[in-house]
Design a protein around this ligand. Structure first.
Ligand SMILES: *Cc1c(COP(=O)(O)O)cnc(C)c1O
Length: 389
């Protein structure tokens, strides 16, 4: 039976480019080879106990079982206001400057829905989280890529954006600490963004997925802590990575009250809010003790150092990242991102992500994720030393 064709918007999404790599991984696994994946950015450790326990209590309470409101529970909004004050020194009005999201991914996608018309432009970090480009396309708009330039510490060069593009731009997606490059925000960059956004009337969306996942004593700021940020932007704070809660789908959007009002209005037409038990769990997560997070970060830091030293042994020099769960490294001479990933798979039965997966400016790099148990990371780096050095 022929059925309706997918929409032109959906068809516009570029086809998945890494089928060949996936095919080879499947082939190796089918042949009984022990393939270690360092490709996926999904924490391997369980959600911290105090959060699971809060969820167990919350889910047993029938008061959480009905439709939630898209504005969110008062205690959720208050918990985020308290957390932003304590952690970032940012004052957030719990009444109208914060509401829940069903994960940062939902939030970023629906901000496109709320703010983009056909012909509009969203400025998207490249390489970057795929929804920065897919979200605009699925709303008939276009994503203009802002290459993350190494000379600028993997921040976009705003002076390279043409006046024509800037005039059409309505959204800008930025993200620090950054996936996939592991970069932290360079001094003065948020200030530059605010000035640019003011001049061109752009809503800035800072995707904050990694502020709690940092190393070597680095403490990541909130975008909203920069003077003027709240007048031009919002921040999406996800508990997914820092609290090992990727499966729970819990985030919050904070900042510009009118922007949040528009997002809320859109969502009342799209979904029915975040399960109240999950709101309680999320609020509990950010109010929790510092030890579980500190322990988790110590684990990632240890894994990071293992990976960086193994890469050094095969002739790939990288500066250890101060945040995120990724090591971003240049491919050796004579390789493309994909050919190097294929070589690592063939020689060492280890999966690394080709940088070009995250956008054209990722070409020439590969990404290793630190979310694999210690013994497997050790085994993977041992194999890379043995077969690629
Ligand atoms: C993992 C990740 C997300 C997804 O967050 P969810 O809250 O789980 O949807 C968003 N942005 C970046 C940069 C990420 O790495």
């Amino acid at each position: 039976m022929p059925i309706a064709e997918p929409s032109k918007r959906l068809q516009q999404i570029p086809p998945y480019m890494f089928q060949e790599l996936e095919r080879r991984i499947a082939e190796k696994k089918a042949a009984g080879i022990d393939v270690i994946s360092l490709g996926i950015g999904d924490p391997d450790m369980p959600t911290y106990d105090y959060i699971v326990e809060a969820m167990q209590r919350a889910v047993a309470d029938p008061a959480t079982h009905q439709y939630p409101s898209n504005r969110g529970r008062e205690d959720f909004r208050q918990a985020f206001a308290d957390f932003y004050d304590r952690r970032f020194g940012v004052a957030v009005d719990p009444a109208n400057e914060v509401i829940p999201a069903i994960g940062a991914k939902e939030c970023i996608y629906n901000l496109c829905n709320a703010f983009l018309d056909p012909g509009d432009v969203a400025l998207a970090s490249d390489p970057g989280y795929p929804v920065y480009t897919g979200g605009p396309l699925l709303h008939g708009a276009t994503a203009e890529l802002m290459p993350l330039v190494p000379e600028k510490g993997f921040a976009p060069d705003l002076s390279a954006i043409s006046p024509e593009i800037a005039a059409k731009a309505r959204l800008m997606f930025i993200n620090f600490p950054n996936n996939p490059t592991g970069a932290i925000v360079p001094d003065g960059f948020f200030e530059e963004v605010i000035e640019f956004a003011r001049e061109h009337e752009i809503l800035v969306v800072h995707d904050n997925a990694y502020s709690e996942t940092t190393y070597d004593g680095y403490v990541a700021p909130s975008f909203l802590a920069t003077p003027g940020a709240k007048e031009v932007g919002v921040e999406v704070f996800s508990v997914s990575k820092g609290y090992n809660m990727t499966g729970w789908r819990c985030a919050a959007i904070l900042g510009h009250a009118d922007a949040i009002q528009s997002y809320w209005r859109l969502k009342t037409n799209v979904d029915s809010g975040l399960f109240e038990a999950v709101q309680i769990a999320g609020a509990t997560a950010i109010a929790g003790p510092p030890e579980p997070l500190a322990e988790m970060n110590a684990t990632y830091q240890r894994r990071r150092d293992l990976v960086v030293s193994a890469l050094g042994a095969i002739g790939v020099d990288v500066t250890p990242p101060k945040g995120t769960i990724y090591v971003w490294a240049p491919v050796p001479e004579g390789h493309t991102s994909t050919s190097f990933a294929e070589t690592v798979l063939e020689e060492a039965a280890v999966v690394v992500s080709p940088g070009s997966m995250y956008g054209p400016s990722g070409e020439g790099f590969f990404r290793i994720s630190l979310t694999t148990p210690d013994d497997r990371i050790e085994e993977a780096v041992e194999r890379m030393r043995e077969h690629l050095a």
